[in-house]
Design a protein around this ligand. Structure first.
Ligand SMILES: [Zn+2]
Ligand SMILES: [Zn+2]
Length: 452
């Protein structure tokens, strides 16, 4: 049974931009019980509630203190560095002098965990970019729009990934392949996968241009093929056929490592989903990258049943013009009790396998009306939380006094029996007796789980 545990997130601390996974491995002391219940009661559990269980990555990396603003600054800063990479190679020797493909630069500060397996869903606004790391091998699946090149470049640099075994353009759309230029500016590549070898768009031509610089030709994978990335297996699930509709030509990959698996779907729509379902391929995956940013044309019930993920990740821009993700898809996910993480609400979403178990961290949490449930560790002794209507939810609100538990760190308040309370650090916990209105007036927001 996979255990998926929200290990950390702090609203403004982008812990994971400079991830020190060695630190993470030593964290979250595994005192959890065998089973982490990732199913949810009818009420959604706000991701932010897992703040209560936050784990501090007391890394001494100087970059760790960046906040959201800092992230922006960093990207801007890197904009110049991308430029520099073209003209001066003092800082990064990767570009003009490709390293032998079989060699990864050893990471000096981090021991190579033999079973290292991570999947990073990068926040690239409206688009996709997914970095898979296994042992000392890496694969980048999409890179967001061209303007995300800087982010991709700096992300690889910050993670010291100078070489990609695979770079995957799931399909030629600009919101998927534009930013791959940033990757190709920083890292050398062995194999470039794309469902087509050519496309007239400028973005695709640009992608090809950078591949040509590295003497890489596009490889068109076939459904049914499997390749390895470290000790992970990557199955090519789709496309089964090439259509005249780019989205339905999306390369669909299933990445499998031990008991954990990720289904990466590009922008596949119903047509491709159906053809894959007809093929009888095993789709069952721990984590599903929801296709096409959560558009209504993808992620039907049949598909979800076949994949039956514990977590769905939606990669989309906040307030994007397409209305992604759609209510329809969110409802399907909710109906099936599938927890959802969204790049528009959580920034970079990083899964990491620790001793066979999947954990995740997010770089921020916009909160509150996160429509989607989060996953929090649940101990065995905790009673299943049932949804309820707040006794103070009506007009009697202002007069009913009762005990609430405040989290002084997250500024959330809870019923005393909320499961989040049990996860809360003592130093953040404060009991308060009074009315709901008073608590809110003190600057606290109701927990999305117990809905006080
Ligand atoms: Zn797209
Ligand atoms: Zn597309």
């Amino acid at each position: 049974m996979n255990r998926i545990i929200a290990i950390s997130h702090k609203r403004v601390t982008v812990l994971f931009l400079i991830v020190n996974f060695v630190m993470m491995i030593t964290l979250s002391g595994c005192s959890k019980t065998e089973k982490v219940d990732v199913s949810h009661t009818q009420e959604t559990v706000s991701i932010s509630d897992s703040n209560d269980t936050e784990v501090f990555l007391d890394s001494d990396s100087s970059d760790v203190e960046e906040d959201s603003e800092g992230t922006t600054a960093q990207v801007n800063e890197n904009e110049t560095e991308v430029t520099h990479a073209n003209s001066e190679s003092s800082d990064t020797k990767a570009e003009e002098t490709p390293e032998p493909s079989s060699e990864l630069t050893p990471e000096p500060t981090e021991a190579q965990e033999p079973g290292r397996f991570e999947v990073h869903f990068l926040d690239v606004g409206q688009g996709d970019a997914i970095l898979v790391i296994c042992n000392d091998h890496a694969m980048l699946v999409d890179g967001g729009k061209s303007k995300e090149s800087d982010k991709i470049y700096s992300y690889l640099r910050n993670h010291d990934i100078k070489h990609l075994d695979y770079i995957v353009a799931t399909h030629p759309d600009a919101d998927h392949i534009g930013g791959l230029a940033g990757a190709l500016n920083y890292a050398t590549v062995d194999v470039a996968l794309s469902p087509v070898t050519d496309n007239e768009t400028e973005t695709f031509q640009n992608f090809k241009k950078y591949l040509t610089k590295q003497n890489i030709e596009i490889t068109v994978p076939e459904a049914g093929e499997t390749f390895v990335l470290g000790d992970a297996d990557v199955q090519v699930i789709g496309p089964k056929t090439i259509t005249n509709e780019d989205n339905n030509n999306s390369i669909v990959l299933r990445v499998i490592h031990g008991n954990n698996s990720f289904l990466l779907t590009g922008d596949a729509e119903e047509e491709e989903e159906q053809s894959i379902l007809r093929s009888g391929a095993d789709l069952k995956s721990t984590v599903l990258k929801v296709a096409h940013h959560g558009s209504a044309y993808s992620t039907g019930r049949q598909w979800l049943n076949a994949v039956s993920p514990q977590i769905a990740v939606i990669s989309c821009g906040s307030e994007n013009e397409y209305g992604h993700p759609t209510e329809q898809v969110l409802n399907h996910l909710k109906e099936m009790d599938i927890s959802v993480l969204r790049t528009d609400m959580h920034g970079d979403i990083i899964f990491q396998e620790v001793e066979g178990e999947l954990r995740y961290g997010v770089s921020f949490d916009t909160n509150e009306d996160v429509y989607t449930p989060g996953i929090i560790p649940i101990s065995e002794e905790q009673p299943e939380q049932t949804s309820r209507v707040s006794p103070e939810s009506d007009n009697s609100e202002s007069t009913n006094e009762q005990t609430y538990i405040l989290n002084t760190n997250t500024k959330k308040f809870h019923y005393p029996d909320c499961k989040s309370v049990k996860q809360m650090k003592d130093k953040n916990k404060q009991e308060y007796f009074g009315t709901r209105d008073n608590v809110i007036a003190m600057g606290y927001a109701p927990c999305g789980n117990c809905n006080p």
